[in-house]
Design a binder for this molecule. Structure first.
Ligand SMILES: Cc1cc2nc3c(=O)[nH]c(=O)nc-3n(C[C@H](O)[C@H](O)[C@H](O)COP(=O)(O)OP(=O)(O)OC[C@H]3O[C@@H](n4cnc5c(N)ncnc54)[C@H](O)[C@@H]3O)c2cc1C
Length: 275
């Protein structure tokens, strides 16, 4: 059983829906969701713990339950954006990228059925489109799409945004319920000879509207880094007005990525220091 003072909580899968060939929406309810705080950030996320198949552990679990557990049975932490929180019904929606039969989180979503439990803590997150700027620059891949969509949906009708989202192809595009004036460009990996360049090249060749803007660019680490280098180095973007974050790294598991992330971020900061 879990310690009483823990910040962890769990929900049960209410429904699972395939939004695109590689995007799975899981709605959680019941469990301890009545205690969930929600967040004003449009990139709010939970730190969920995925129990590997074959592990004897079941949510809710606490530190005592993990003592002496074989490494391959230990729950794996992964961050996932809150696509929607319904504070009346206590329902939490998460959209998972299904990226093959690898890893723990994406494969969990592919197997999920009603009644399955997911334990998590949070929420974290810090971005919300500023009401003090003339327009918003938004970009990323499908892992950032839940935050991108939540951010765009939070914009009032008079706001203006330019957005770029990288997905495999047209059948991976999703609707956004936007009130604002949003120029959204979908970038397709399947028809590109260099998919990792799609986002940086789209941003660097974009004609920016006049006026002040804020930035939200999250997604694959190499792509995000290239966009940052351009925005800060070439367009003079002040990083205090920019939320630029690598969510995952191609070919790295989340564990391997977290091991090198600090060094990567330090190197990334040096990308734009004039020599
Ligand atoms: C704050 C935050 C919010 C996030 N929100 C979301 C979200 O809402 N939805 C979402 O799907 N992801 C989101 N991510 C990214 C997600 O946490 C990572 O993609 C994570 O690595 C997935 O874990 P996994 O166990 O499925 O795969 P892992 O075990 O981490 O990786 C296994 C293999 O799959 C590859 N891989 C991992 N992610 C992807 C991907 N997206 N596309 C293609 N290959 C991949 C890895 O490089 C590795 O080769 C978020 C990350 C952060 C930091």
């Amino acid at each position: 059983m879990r310690n009483k003072n823990t910040t962890q909580m769990y929900g049960e899968v209410k429904s699972v829906e395939k939004l695109t060939p590689t995007m799975i929406r899981v709605v959680l309810h019941n469990g301890e969701l009545a205690n969930f705080a929600g967040s004003n950030a449009t990139d709010a996320y939970v730190n969920a713990r995925f129990v590997p198949a074959g592990s004897p552990v079941e949510a809710p679990f606490g530190p005592d339950d993990l003592e002496g557990l074989a490494p391959e049975h230990r729950p794996r932490p992964r961050r996932f954006t809150i696509r929607r929180w319904d504070s009346q019904r206590h329902e939490l929606t998460i959209d998972f990228v299904a990226h093959g039969d690898v890893g723990f989180a994406g494969s969990w979503a592919q197997r999920a059925t009603p009644g399955d439990r997911l334990q998590f803590d949070g929420p974290g997150g810090s971005y919300r489109p500023s009401s003090q700027v003339d327009w918003h620059l938004i970009g990323g891949d499908e892992s950032a799409f839940p935050a991108i969509a939540a951010s765009i949906e939070a914009l009032p009708a008079h706001a203006q945004a330019i957005a770029f989202v990288v997905v495999d192809g047209p059948e991976h595009e999703l609707d956004i319920d936007a009130q604002a004036d949003v120029a959204l460009t979908w970038l397709h990996r399947d028809s590109s000879p260099a998919p990792e360049l799609l986002l940086p090249e789209a941003v660097s060749s974009a004609e920016f509207p006049q006026g002040t803007f804020d930035v939200f660019v999250h997604g694959e680490a190499g792509e995000v880094r290239a966009v940052r280098r351009h925005l800060v180095g070439d367009r003079g973007v002040d990083e205090s007005t920019a939320s630029i974050s690598p969510y995952w790294r191609r070919t790295f598991t989340d564990e391997a990525w977290r091991e090198v992330k600090r060094g990567w971020m330090a190197e990334q900061a040096r990308d734009t220091v004039p020599s």
